[in-house]
Design a protein around this ligand. Sequence first.
Ligand SMILES: [Zn+2]
Length: 533
Amino acid sequence: MRSLLSIVVSSLFLFSCNTSPNKTVEDDAPRLVVFISIDQWHRDLLKRYQEHYTGGFKTIWEDSRFYGNAYHDHSATLTGPGHSVLLTGAYPAKTGITGNYFYDRQAGEEKYCVADSHNQVVGSAGALDKAGVSPKHLLVPTVGDLLKQANPQSKVFSVSGKDRSGILMGGKEADGVYWYDKSKGELVTSSFYEEQLAEFIQSYNTTNPVDNYNPKAWRRLKPESFYLEHTRQDLFAGEYLIDNKNFPYQLAPKSSDDTSFYSMVSRTPFADQYILDAAQYIIKTQDLGQDANPDLLAIGLSATDYVGHTWGPYSQEALDHMLRLDQFLGQFFRVLKQRFGDDVVIALSADHGVQPLPEYQAQQGKDARRVPKMQLIDDIRAIESWLRQEFELQKPLVEMKEERYPFFYPQATLAQKRRFVEEAEKLEYINRVVISDELAMNDKISQYVAKTHYQPRSRDIYFVFKENYLVSRSLGTTHGSIYAYDQQVPIVLMGADFKPEQVSKTVSTTDIAPTLAKLLGIEYQGFDGDLLP
Ligand SMILES: [Zn+2]
């Protein structure tokens, strides 16, 4: 693939010599690259219901270059870090996004990964009463940033169900980054990008409100017997219950001034439909892919994550969501194909997977358990207390900052730290304890942690829990571990450049950005990943 500069140079040459009428230089780079992140999209969600897909997921199975052995091969399998990896091609240790929240050592406080007190969230009616956000904590450029630097005429947009996914994929140079605000039910941005919300988005908020997508109740698409046959009963132990606990879910305001249902809408497939329509609107109104300058649009579909956290990935709700998302994506792919033909590349992946509900795993015969978060804190305090006596320390050996981030006291010796590790690893729910002094070890677990560790924002001690042990939530489920259920996500490439094929080679999510950058003619050496095979 030639660089943008060489595209421009050879374009002039071809134009003046008129030697190649059937092959224009724009054929080299697609006019538009669309990257879709489906939040919490574990590979198994695609595979498990394969025969029932008739829309976009069917297209993926039949017409894409599909990487079924793709992993987030780091330990921060969370939304902020995961999205920071997808379009930078760098591990969290380099993106600086080490968690959704991190402990800033210098400031001595916890920070949200896209927090920025010098900026404001901006909506249709001006600044919203919310904490400001921006990509200021992101330490490396996104593919969009590199594209804008190489060719300012290219357009870069990002639209998402969440602020952190939209911002961390959009980067710093984007022409527009928008996300769904759960309290207003409309698209908003940050003053980092725009002092006032762009008129075309204001207009979208007015003419195409999320209410248009809200059927006022979420019911099953098919008869319940289908769900019982292909997954499990609607109400299952461990589900995080909302209102009436199972289908159908009411999505209507409880009074004329009630806006709380906008948050519930974000937990349904209709929120993804809304974001995909907003993406189409951006493509159309901003003329993406209409000239020789290649453009990039990043889309974050967040509902899968909310559904998974609440009901688990093998719930009836998750199945229904997948059936509907299959339809929405099918429609979206058709529109792109009609508009751009072979001049568009569509790539998909996810920021992380998810652990099934431990109750469901246990029913499947696995040693799966919930461990209350307080148990971990109590156990650490107990170990710390007797080691302090053993070493006759005047200060605590381990301090849990904000009850979440474990640090050793500054004068702790390596021998003392190792004693702590030795004792903590005896806890029945712990697999490994990795300390920041010993990250460069020759084993997978400490390497996963090393790819996540950025000293100014990282803890001293990492607790790696046993597989299928969920430490934190009393209901619902989550992700964030080093196990396949959290690390394994699909990577999908579709477009004229990609021969449909199921690739079995193991690849990393850090390989997506270098691959897209090459397609766009960007030369950049800073990626951690390689080109996808
Ligand atoms: Zn996520």
